[in-house]
Ligand binder design. Structure first.
Ligand code: PLP
Ligand code: COI
Length: 358
């Protein structure tokens, strides 16, 4: 893939490292450029890096009407050598194509996605935020661009990668455990639907429930299956809990749960963590009974943006609350967070190829 560079004049580009004023936040900052490539006449064409800016779209752009759009979320980190390293973006590229299959978006070779991300970070490397714990959040996405109103797969698409210098996703950061609303009223996904993809519409479908959660003092929703029996996942992360003996349980991936790269990574780290990490079908009734009986001692969420987020309590729609352990961040969650972020930051050597220098 030959990338065309149409860069901002150097006088308009960042010329020194980005030192955010105050908390860098999540997803608010942009870098100078974006990567763009179009699909038409059956092929991906014209890969280019250009100034970050608006797209020109016709009002009949299909993704605006029927939501044929998918995205990914990944991160790059700066190690002590001052170099920037991406974390497992090949896995995000694979998942982009799995999402694409679910909403009929054409395959985009994974090596092209990886190259696009690496090239964009290279150009905008001065935007890496110099703030402890911060990173470059990478947002690749594909959306249908054909101007047509019949409901069928578009014949034209745009793939874009943008970067956002970012910090913690939850305002409370890692040190405060969050509360989740267990919703029996709202559902994120049903079997046979799009729940296992990062389709834009899944997130639109979660907004109403997230608002209900916020109204009840919860940071997010813990979704159940359509029969309100099994625990599935959270709006922007997989869910996990920790048993008294230290075993970490993640709900089994189904077609209603996004296959989290963070969850997969934690499973692969079980030896380094010194505990079993396994997947099971998690029944809501047993889950609550086990918390109350002290059999479940910690809980949390895994995700790229959320990293490892401790969950201290759950609230139901009728106001009933259940606290996990003492409601604070527990030792297992701390240990997982520490090991995972140490690997991302290059302080601990993780499995081969997880971090790749830009
Ligand atoms: N589940 C949902 C619905 C998500 O949006 C995310 C975030 O990407 C995750 C789980 C976690 O996946 P990953 O660890 O690959 O970021
Ligand atoms: C991510 O963790 O990268 C996500 O995509 C979650 C989100 C911010 C929607």
């Amino acid at each position: 893939m030959e990338i065309k560079y149409n860069l901002k004049p150097s006088s308009q580009r960042r010329s020194e490292p980005f030192v955010p004023e105050g908390d860098v936040g999540f997803g608010v900052h942009r870098t100078d450029h974006m990567f763009v490539m179009d699909f038409y006449d059956g092929e991906w064409r014209d890969p280019r890096i250009e100034p970050y800016g608006p797209f020109e779209l016709m009002p009949g752009t299909m993704s605006l009407h029927y939501g044929q759009a998918i995205f990914e979320g990944a991160k790059a980190f700066m190690h002590d050598d001052g170099e920037i390293y991406t974390f497992r973006i090949n896995k995000n590229a694979e998942r982009m194509n799995r999402s694409g299959e679910i909403v009929c978006i054409p395959h985009l070779p994974e090596d092209m996605q990886v190259k696009a991300i690496q090239a964009l970070i290279d150009v905008d490397r001065l935007w890496f935020p110099r703030q402890p714990g911060a990173c470059l959040y990478i947002r690749p996405f594909i959306f249908a661009t054909e101007d047509r109103l019949s409901v069928s797969p578009s014949n034209r698409y745009t793939f874009c990668v943008m970067l956002s210098p970012s910090g913690a996703y939850y305002k409370s950061g890692f040190s405060n455990a969050i509360r989740l609303l267990i919703s029996t009223k709202y559902h994120r996904a049903v079997s046979g639907g799009t729940g296992a993809s990062k389709a834009a519409g899944n997130y639109a479908a979660s907004l109403r429930a997230a608002k209900a959660a916020a109204d009840m003092g919860a940071a997010q929703v813990l979704y159940l299956d359509a029969n309100n029996q099994q625990i599935e996942e959270v709006g922007a992360m997989n869910h996990f809990h920790v048993l008294k003996d230290g075993t970490v349980i993640i709900p089994k991936f189904t077609d209603t749960i996004l296959k989290s790269i963070t969850s997969l990574s934690i499973m692969e780290l079980s030896e380094m963590l010194g505990c079993e990490v396994r997947q099971e079908t998690v029944m809501l009734d047993k889950f609550i009974a086990d918390i109350e009986a002290g059999e479940i001692v910690e809980a949390g969420g895994f995700g790229t943006a959320a990293v490892v987020s401790p969950v201290g309590s759950y609230i139901f729609e009728d106001g009933r609350t259940v606290t996990v352990g003492d409601g604070e961040v527990g030792p297992k969650v701390k240990r997982i967070y520490q090991l995972f972020t140490d690997i991302q930051n290059g302080k601990v050597q993780g499995p081969e190829d997880w971090v790749v220098q830009v």
